[in-house]
Design a protein around this ligand. Structure first.
Ligand code: 13P
Length: 279
């Protein structure tokens, strides 16, 4: 089917009490692996791409390869801009026909975060789903980002969502970008945030979190969990192991095929962790 709007993924996940994975892609093989897993599990999903992920290709290229692969996929998938840190990035992703957008002005002071995020809302209009971020998530994404976390303040949540008009809220509640084996969700804070938020929540930094924490997120108003490092590492490891096994290896297609399978396995495991009730 064609790409669906982020609204459709949110609506179906909310009504079926599911959590959508949001998996970053950079290239053909990663996209193939993600969609293979989505077809196995049947849970609506976001495929996402941050500006830093598209340095080699650009957003148009990512749009074309994702939508081409989805043409014969029966599961709803939205194409989402991850960490749009400027209005320019939002405009570029909309021009490339992304169907869901994240504006991340979370490192700006509160009032500027509101103003920039509200401008993104205007640009998205009613048809494109908008995610905004309140509080700053620690760690790095493609070596870019805040090192230090700034936890989401529950007292700011309702007013922020109301002023911006976002459809999802990314929160900082102990989650950290990148390989962060010590990261843990602060469920008490997540519960306070959820009580204040009129919209579903987004957890970034899905790679570092333990399975038993990921399996509880659906009880806390979370609709979307981002995962990037785990699948990237699966792909890079496959190529590394192939070279170690045979430094004269020249069958790129054989190694690429193994890499697609490795990504699919990681993505499937993550979707099942978020959704213990999935088929
Ligand atoms: P991880 O790399 O920790 O999975 O985080 C990805 C992410 O949150 C992208 O926005």
């Amino acid at each position: 089917m064609p790409l669906v709007s982020g609204h459709a993924v949110i609506a179906e996940c909310t009504s079926r009490n599911l959590v959508a994975g949001a998996f970053n892609t950079t290239n053909l093989e990663t996209t193939m692996g993600i969609v293979r897993a989505v077809e196995r599990v049947g849970v609506p999903t976001f495929i996402q791409c941050a500006p830093t992920n598209a340095v080699l290709s650009g957003f148009e290229y990512i749009h074309d390869l994702v939508s081409r692969r989805l043409a014969d996929c029966e599961v709803p998938v939205a194409l989402h801009l991850d960490h749009g840190k400027s209005i320019r990035a939002v405009e570029d992703a909309l021009a490339a026909r992304f169907t869901s957008i994240m504006i991340d002005a979370s490192e700006e002071p509160y009032e500027e975060n509101v103003a920039t995020s509200a401008r993104a809302r205007e640009l998205c209009g009613p048809d494109i789903a908008l995610e905004a971020e309140l509080g700053s998530i620690g760690g790095k994404e493609d070596e870019v980002g805040a090192d230090l976390a700034d936890a989401t303040d529950p007292a700011q949540v309702a007013a922020f969502v109301d002023a911006v008009g976002c459809d999802m809220l990314a929160v900082s509640v102990g989650n950290v970008h990148g390989h962060a084996p010590d990261a843990r969700i602060d469920f008490a804070r997540l519960e306070e945030v959820r009580r204040e938020s009129p919209v579903p929540l987004v957890i970034h930094g899905g790679s570092g979190l333990p399975a038993e924490q990921l399996a509880r997120l659906h009880e806390f108003g979370v609709v979307k969990v981002n995962v990037a490092s785990d699948l990237r590492n699966a792909m890079i490891r496959t190529f590394g192991e192939a070279w170690v096994a045979n430094p004269d290896e020249v069958s790129l297609i054989r190694v690429s095929t193994h890499a697609v399978a490795a990504v699919a396995d990681v993505v499937e495991r993550r979707i099942r962790m978020f959704n213990p009730s999935a088929k």
